[in-house]
Ligand binder design. Structure first.
Ligand SMILES: [Zn+2]
Length: 156
């Protein structure tokens, strides 16, 4: 007999809710002519960190959305580990951000669209902490479209 796992269904719904928050962050980047990538960190149903890409404004190649969000969440918690937290990010984290995620020991990483060129999974998933679970493809189309239209407009 097949049955619905309501806990999983609930997760899927809340994943979309929080990914929309990450998309809001991505729009903030877009408004500043930054590559539109956004992130939020959630713990116990509460957003404890937000970030969007600021590499141009800060002249800092490390100012990725995830890095901003990790720092904000650690400040909120008052500790460096994010063990009971989920990172929502619109685009697959790069190798640098996956490495930072490792150090935070974050419980879950949920991303929208893959980054075929710079995404961490291009070199394998061992970059993340062994306890970190990964979900991808949440609001994938919206997340990908935001970035691809940004680059289309740049070229145009
Ligand atoms: Zn990154």
């Amino acid at each position: 007999m097949k049955y619905v796992n309501f806990e999983d269904a609930g997760d899927a719904i809340s994943d979309e809710v929080y990914m929309k928050e990450a998309l809001n962050e991505a729009h903030k980047a877009l408004e500043q002519d930054e590559v539109p990538i956004g992130a939020v960190i959630v713990s116990g149903g509460r957003i404890i960190g937000r970030g969007h890409n600021l590499t141009e404004r800060l002249n800092d190649v490390t100012a990725h959305a995830e890095m901003q969000a990790f720092t904000a969440a650690a400040n909120y918690i008052g500790g460096k580990y994010l063990r009971d937290c989920t990172l929502y990010v619109t685009i697959e984290p790069c190798v640098m951000c996956a490495g930072a995620a490792y150090w935070t020991q974050i419980s879950r990483v949920v991303f929208g669209a893959r980054d075929e060129k710079r995404g961490f999974s291009t070199i394998g998933s061992r970059l993340l902490h062994p306890k970190t679970t990964v979900v991808n493809g949440v609001l994938e189309r919206e997340c990908a479209e935001l970035v691809s239209s940004f680059f289309r407009n740049k070229r145009g």
